[in-house]
Write a protein that binds this ligand. Structure first.
Ligand code: PRX
Length: 653
């Protein structure tokens, strides 16, 4: 685990089991042997530009060819300069024109049990009509459009329609609060918000439009709001601002040629947490991102015709962008999309869905896998999962016990597991087993994908030896890399490119073992990973301090069996009693400020926060306390850490 204050990283995991792909799997795989992987990898890094140029020519449709593969003025990269393409064309028109319009794009299932099957031709039609509707509302190339929707096919339609006309989308996860939405609207200066009256979650109709209305009251740049009818709860519609989706598309033409976009035109912004309080708008562009999402999907998921792919992520996160919409759809994949919770109406919903649609590839998160283990094997045993041939994991490290359960119980011992390491910033998967070529080790994301050159550096910025932990950096640019932080060039430079000159700093610690396998060892900054989603401790602290009763707050992550990390906050109150009611009030406050995923698991009141002599909060100490390594477990009373501080002040200041 990482320990940022002294630079030492202890390696606590010693996993030696090796799971090579079966002969049957390897024989049919796109990349079917270690040798093929190694040859491809070597070719890719010996001539990075030549490699990607060839990939781009073969795997994207170009309205006009590019003349220069890469311009790299550290930290600014431009890929496929001069080229013109359109991401929605590559995801839709390309397949319809090739005669595959009847292929199913989505088997969609709503939480209450409603189902729809949508072909690529139908999807193209819907996207064109909605794109024309956007134009009717005055949306033009370069305008920012926020999308705040449940997991319904129209969410993908909205994203692709923006891409079709060159509007830049910013998808905001449906679980975020009004504050989080208005912050994002304002940072991106969004002109339009696309939302729904609501969505279903655990049997309840959530009223998204109410939250959207609250956000819009504080989003002066947003002129219009499109509302999809999903739960039929007759929401408040503001005349002149709000329009129903169905009214807009009713008369819209289905003829909407894809706009010719420059390779480096922005495709989307996606907000993620960094080590400071303000979420950063990660900016991705057109051709490089599209190529990277498509090729990594094909390599890692060994995609072939006949596969039914199910990524259980929400489109509000990068995983949904790259491995529901842009990667799989560019590859013409058939997918499952599910709206709701895994335990509705019963804890076997996922297994029922896999059986119904004969899913062949399942891509989910370790936090979900740990939850399934807790719910019990009997839910799995009720269903036939024999259609599965490959499993994937994303968002955080998967512990070997969960890996083994996933492998045996879900995969029946026959499916390789691709443990995919990547980030919002990287646009697509950076390290993962190629399932027909690289033997898996439980808990390791194994080896880099073609074109990716990882380095593990110590504090002196020299490469560390095998089996030693250090900062994970990426040496060379790659097409899917972020192009910046929206409106903040300085933060982009400072955050990713200043500590190690010339290299991309991932913010993760890692080690490489004797076989060249990589093991991710947690973050080097104050970012906590809750259920595979990044949150900055400072964001949670700012939310707490904005409550009038709070004088000071510190948030830390602590290990949690299900979520990976849980949030513990230490709070000093201003002349208020530390009661359970206050604890609940503060939790509610964080929910309102950020959203349910940021609600602290433990709120501990303290008369003062432990600080170094220079006034810095001693997070290491708080992390230990939160993890139960020190102090008393009673959290209902007022705690006082001054004694501990006095004891430890010397080695911390
Ligand atoms: O710390 C790593 C962890 O999640 C971070 C990226 O979070 P985000 O941008 O929200 O994207 C999540 C989905 C790609 C990383 O810096 N992480 C992601 N995948 C893994 C992981 N940690 C260990 N193993 C992984 N497979």
């Amino acid at each position: 685990m990482s320990n940022p204050s002294n630079g030492q990283i202890a390696n606590v995991l010693n996993e030696t089991r090796l799971f090579p792909p079966s002969e049957t799997f390897a024989k049919q795989a796109v990349i079917g042997s270690l040798r093929s992987y190694e040859e491809l990898y070597k070719e890719s890094i010996e001539d990075i530009e030549g490699f990607w140029a060839k990939q781009a020519r073969e795997h994207l449709h170009w309205f006009e060819p590019f003349h220069t593969t890469l311009e790299w003025k550290n930290p600014l990269a431009k890929w496929f300069i001069g080229g013109k393409t359109n991401v929605s064309y590559n995801c839709l028109d390309a397949h319809v024109l090739a005669g595959n319009g009847d292929r199913i794009a989505f088997h969609w299932e709503g939480e209450p049990g409603d189902r729809r099957t949508i072909t690529y031709a139908e999807m193209l039609n819907d996207v064109c009509r909605f794109a024309n509707a956007l134009k009717q509302l005055g949306i033009e190339k370069g305008d920012r459009v926020s999308i705040y929707m449940p997991m319904v096919p129209e969410l993908a339609v909205a994203m692709l329609a923006c891409a079709r006309i060159g509007a830049i989308h910013s998808v905001i996860f449906g679980g975020f609060s009004a504050e989080a939405i208005s912050d994002r609207n304002n940072d991106a200066q969004a002109k339009l918000l696309i939302t729904a009256d609501g969505g279903w979650r655990r049997g309840k109709a959530l009223s998204l439009k109410d939250t959207a209305d609250e956000a819009l009251a504080k989003s002066p740049t947003v002129e219009k709001c499109i509302v999809l009818k999903r739960i039929d709860n007759a929401p408040n519609m503001t005349p002149g601002r709000d329009v129903w989706w169905h009214d807009l598309v009713a008369n819209a033409s289905e003829d909407c040629p894809a706009t010719s976009m420059d390779s480096e035109d922005s495709l989307f912004i996606l907000y993620t947490s960094g080590s400071t309080g303000k979420p950063k708008g990660i900016r991705h562009t057109t051709a490089g991102y599209n190529l990277y999402a498509k090729r990594t999907f094909e390599w890692v998921f060994d995609h072939r015709e006949g596969d039914v792919f199910w990524c259980t992520a929400d489109c509000g996160w990068i995983t949904g962008h790259s491995y529901i919409v842009y990667g799989p759809m560019s590859a013409g994949a058939t997918q499952v999309m599910y709206e709701g919770a895994p335990n509705w109406p019963q804890e076997d919903r996922f297994w029922e869905i896999i059986e119904r649609y004969r899913v062949t590839i399942l891509y989910t998160a370790p936090t979900a896998i740990r939850t399934f283990i807790k719910w019990g094997d009997h839910h799995v045993d009720k269903h036939d999962l024999s259609s599965l041939r490959l499993l994937g994991s994303v968002g955080e490290g998967i512990n070997p016990e969960a890996w083994m359960w996933y492998y045996e119980k879900i995969g029946g011992g026959r499916c390789p597991i691709v443990d995919t390491w990547w980030q919002t910033e990287t646009g697509g998967i950076m390290m993962s087993p190629l399932p027909g070529a690289i033997a898996c080790k439980p808990g390791s994301c194994t080896r880099p994908l073609p074109g990716i050159v990882p380095r593990v550096l110590g504090h002196s910025l020299a490469d560390v030896e095998a089996n030693h932990g250090g900062m994970l950096c990426i040496e060379k640019p790659w097409p899917g890399m972020l192009r910046g932080i929206w409106g903040d060039d300085e933060r982009y430079q400072q955050q990713y490119w200043s500590l190690v000159p010339g290299m991309y700093l991932t913010g993760d610690n890692a080690r490489r073992d004797d076989d060249g396998y990589y093991w991710i060892m947690g973050r080097i900054d104050d970012v906590i990973n809750v259920s595979g989603h990044r949150l900055s401790t400072i964001e949670v602290e700012s939310a707490l301090v904005s409550h009038p009763a709070v004088a000071e707050a510190a948030a830390v992550g602590r290990p949690d069996d299900i979520k990976g990390q849980a949030i513990t906050v230490f709070v000093t109150l201003k002349n208020h009693e530390p009661t359970d009611a206050m604890r609940e009030m503060l939790k509610k406050h964080v929910r309102k400020e950020i959203g349910a995923l940021a609600v602290p698991d433990d709120v501990r009141f303290t008369s003062s926060l432990p600080k170094t002599r220079s006034g810095k909060i001693m997070r290491r100490l708080l992390r230990d306390i939160a993890a139960g390594k020190e102090g008393t477990g009673d959290t209902s009373t007022l705690e006082d850490y001054t004694v501990l501080v006095r004891l430890r002040n010397d080695d911390e200041s």
